[in-house]
Design a protein. Sequence first.
Length: 367
Amino acid sequence: MTKKSTAPLALSLTNGEQDTSGSMGVGENGSGAAQTRIAPQSSDTAYKLYGDLAIFSGTAHRDLAQKVADYLGVSLGGADVFQFANSNTFVRLHESVRGKDVFLIQPTSPPTNDNLMELLIFIDTLRRDSAGRITAVVSFYGYGRTDKKDQPRVPITARLVADLIATAGADRFLTVDLHAGQIQGFFSIPTDELPARHLFFDYFSQQQCCAEDTVVVSPDIGGVRRSRDLAERLGLPLAIIEKRRSKDGDETTMYNVIGNVAGKNVIIVDDEIDTAGTLTDAARFLRKAGVQQLIAAATHAVLSEPAAERLSNSEIGQVVVTDTVPISTKKRERIGDRLQVISVAPLLGDVIRRIHDGRSVGELFNE
């Protein structure tokens, strides 16, 4: 009987290169042991530790998810997401995600509780279908403003939500401009916070509205770092409004402007426009201080009532936001032409591709 020989299995190199040094060699002990040379890895090496890329969306912002899927050249995964008559949320996938690298896009914008619960149930659905890896892409992090115990007998809900997302089964967390950077530390899973300042830098650079007579303004002390980063990128000076908020958060008082704004054009930078009370108050305060043109830039356009009406009646000439949360047609029409929306879909798409390929996210921002 002739005994068949079994050839050694070839190792699959992640960067698609072949080992041209030969499959067999002489080991250090003189035996004919197999040797494998590891090709040097470049920064563009794609590891692809998980299966095929899959993009899914909840009901919070399907338009953004579709833009991301189109940018990546993949189909948006199908799923039924609905509420029963008793308001219980239910999710059913149209296809198996077993072994796949799944990215679920679902901001927890208003209605925050419904969208948050849908996010958790969707993650659990993907986990129970044996997804290879689940990344929660939460472009807007609801409850992010409750990030510390700043008065007695109150919760730290931002930490609670982080625990819920990890417990539901998410392996990674991806978001844009958290209200406070320390929220990253609330997560027990790898977290990427993407800065939107690069998008604003590109926008204002193209608009050529950042002349020498322009100043970037932070509406409060808490937003200084965000405003400073944009001012540094644009090569502009920084000013800060001294503002104090009441304990219930309903009233704010502005006392002073730290910096020279008289006769200047200003860009007011914030992470979120909720009711637009702070923003419009800041605009009136700056106008009294002698400011000329007023531009507002904020990442998350939550636009709770009565934000659209306040902005439409304000002295702010331009409101520049991103589409991390959906903006209804009614609100867009109410604010009018002064509203300019920058899409974060290309940014999310580039980062998702890098995470899927196992490449550095920081390299995208030269970090």
